[in-house]
Ligand binder design. Structure first.
Ligand code: MN
Length: 182
């Protein structure tokens, strides 16, 4: 089922932002934002992260706002078309912890590159099943199931599944030390 992102318009109007202003804040074109609001286009993961950053929301906060008809804890994994990655919120953003926990499934042979998050953001990757390599500080680190890897995510980073057959299942505990609007 294709998810609907109609919550974006309500979120933008709540901020009293024009499409122009939202475009300036997020770095996503006005045309693309308009298409997402009207359900004419599904955003990529990179676009979603840009929107989250521009609206000063964590990833799980953004998803809860964009897809308000899906209850927290009862969330379908979100799998952007052709990305090879599915994302699900396990623990929604907690303002006391300034953190959230996501569950990710990366398809066999897939590489997912991520733009830097805002200054100070840290990721803890916990590999549950399969094999996974993480690129941080320009270096690749291979993880085995059960291993934990922490890195500063305010720089380019990437996730890669080198297995040809099995998906990699991992948790991503993301800290936002500057906090998010809640
Ligand atoms: Mn990331």
């Amino acid at each position: 089922m294709e998810p609907s992102f109609h919550g974006l318009k309500a979120l933008r109007l709540q901020r009293q932002w024009s499409l122009d202003k939202a475009s300036q804040k997020t770095g996503v074109s006005k045309a693309m934002l308009g298409q997402i609001e009207r359900g004419e286009s599904s955003p990529t993961l990179n676009t979603l992260w840009k929107i989250a950053q521009g609206f000063e929301l964590s990833f799980s906060q953004l998803m809860a706002n964009l897809m308000p008809d899906q209850g927290i804890g009862d969330r379908e994994p979100f799998a952007p078309h052709a990305s090879g990655l599915a994302v699900k919120t396990l623990i929604p953003y907690d303002p006391q912890m300034k953190a959230e926990l996501l569950e990710l499934t990366l398809s066999p042979g897939c590489l997912r590159e991520s733009a830097p998050h805002e200054a100070g953001v840290r990721e803890h990757i916990i590999l549950l099943r399969g094999v996974l390599s993480i690129q941080a500080n320009g270096q690749w680190q291979a993880l085995a199931a059960g291993q934990v890897f922490e890195f500063m995510a305010d720089q380019p980073h990437a996730y890669r599944n080198d297995d040809a057959e099995a998906a990699a299942l991992f948790h991503n505990l993301i800290f936002y030390p500057q906090g998010r609007i809640s």
